[in-house]
Design a protein around this ligand. Structure first.
Ligand code: ATP
Length: 368
């Protein structure tokens, strides 16, 4: 069983900097867990503590039923794939993959079997005699994976393994890593700052900011029900529109006034949750795909329309992004490419308010 448990884990670097604060997470056997967040949020530090490459300042790390805080990296049954691959340049692919097993004095025949099996899984059998410099970036990446696979560890740790690849290869390797996870049936913990990678690979995603967990959830829950403003803005591209709004009482309901011309009256249930905010400013969140200008959508959401002047038109093939301002905020609508709207046009948009989020401006936590 390769379940992991992190209990109140903290990392304080010798200079006093607190890089990870009170990190609590249960990882089930065979999960594909992603740590995602902006640069410096503590992703690598957490991964390195799990690997044993960085000391845990306080808290507990369990792998299976064993407390491993003081267990040497080599005895943790973990393999790590780094972003720079860390291949030995003077060794062949075969020797790079075999190296760890040789150090462990694994019998030669067993090493040979493990290397060939891993090479087959990764489709690099034909490269075993080459040195790293004679390989492409993607091939080097596979060798780095292969070196981890031969050890058949209980847990794989991957620190931005695709960050050195070009965009096309990243997409290919992303699919490969997904397949690998299905095939190997091991626990994978994967660090990235790329939210597309996080959303497509993870069974669960841990969103980090300033060393603190913001939300742990499935990709779809993170997207559809973000806990706070940070997660709302971090997950999704183009970003969720986040607009300041004044909460105004209107009869038994509540209206969110985003500008002099853009106001949305909320249905009873959502209004109820905002009663205590009347007179205050909140932040409205709505994803670009939940604002559209086509006739059908506008008719279906006729109670929640507004007009705005299009500033920028971006054709992305299957869709068009229209950018416009609501008060001081630049907003985006992801619309049908058949739209006739162009810069300078005043366009009637509608919002699907079933998909509207409202956040407390001070605490940044979701209200509804
Ligand atoms: P990136 O995406 O840029 O790799 P990250 O989320 O992996 O970032 P970490 O490398 O975990 O971030 O670093 C977390 C914080 O700890 C950063 O602010 C970093 O500057 C700081 N840090 C890292 N190593 C040390 C160290 N040895 N001493 C002091 N501070 C450190």
């Amino acid at each position: 069983m390769a379940s992991l448990s992190l209990k109140n884990v903290c990392k304080v670097y010798p200079n006093g900097f607190v890089a990870v604060k009170d990190f609590n997470l249960e990882i089930a056997d065979k999960e594909f867990i992603i740590f995602v967040g902006p640069s410096g949020c503590g992703k690598s530090t957490t991964l390195r503590m799990i690997a044993g490459l960085e000391e845990i300042s306080s808290g507990e790390l369990w792998i299976g039923d064993k407390l491993v805080n003081d267990v040497e990296p080599k005895d943790r049954d973990i393999a790590m794939v780094f972003q720079n691959y860390a291949l030995y340049p003077h060794m062949t692919v075969y020797d790079n993959m075999a190296f760890g097993l040789k150090l462990r004095k694994v019998p030669k025949a067993d090493i040979d079997k493990a290397v060939h099996e891993a090479a087959k899984i990764l489709d690099i059998e034909h490269l075993l005699d080459r040195k790293p410099k004679a390989l492409s970036g993607g091939q080097r990446q596979r060798v780095a994976m292969g070196r981890a696979i031969v050890r058949s560890p209980k847990v794989f740790l991957m620190d931005e393994p695709l960050s050195n690849l070009d965009a096309k290869l990243r997409v290919q390797m992303r699919v490969e890593i997904s397949k690998l996870h299905q095939r190997l049936e091991t626990t994978i913990i994967y660090v990235t700052h790329d939210q597309t990678e996080a959303m497509t690979l993870g069974t669960r995603i841990v969103v980090l900011k300033d060393g603190i967990i913001q939300q742990v959830d499935t990709p779809s829950n993170l997207y559809n029900t973000p806990n706070n403003l940070f997660v709302a803005g971090f997950i999704g591209s183009p970003q969720m529109n986040l607009i300041d709004a004044e909460v105004v009482q209107s009869g038994s309901q509540v209206t969110l006034k985003m500008s002099d011309t853009v106001s949305i009256t909320l249905p009873a249930e959502k209004s109820e949750k905002l009663k205590s905010y009347v007179g205050k400013t909140v932040v409205v969140g709505i994803r670009p795909e939940d604002i559209k200008d086509d006739e059908e959508f506008v008719a279906a959401h006729a109670d929640h329309t507004f007009e705005a002047q299009v500033k920028v038109y971006e054709l992305l093939g299957a869709e068009v992004n229209l950018h416009y301002d609501i008060a001081q905020t630049t907003c985006t609508a992801k619309v049908n490419p058949r739209t006739t709207a162009r810069p300078g046009d005043t366009v009637k948009f509608a919002m699907d308010i079933a998909r509207l989020h409202v956040f407390d401006k001070e605490t940044e936590q979701v209200i509804t």
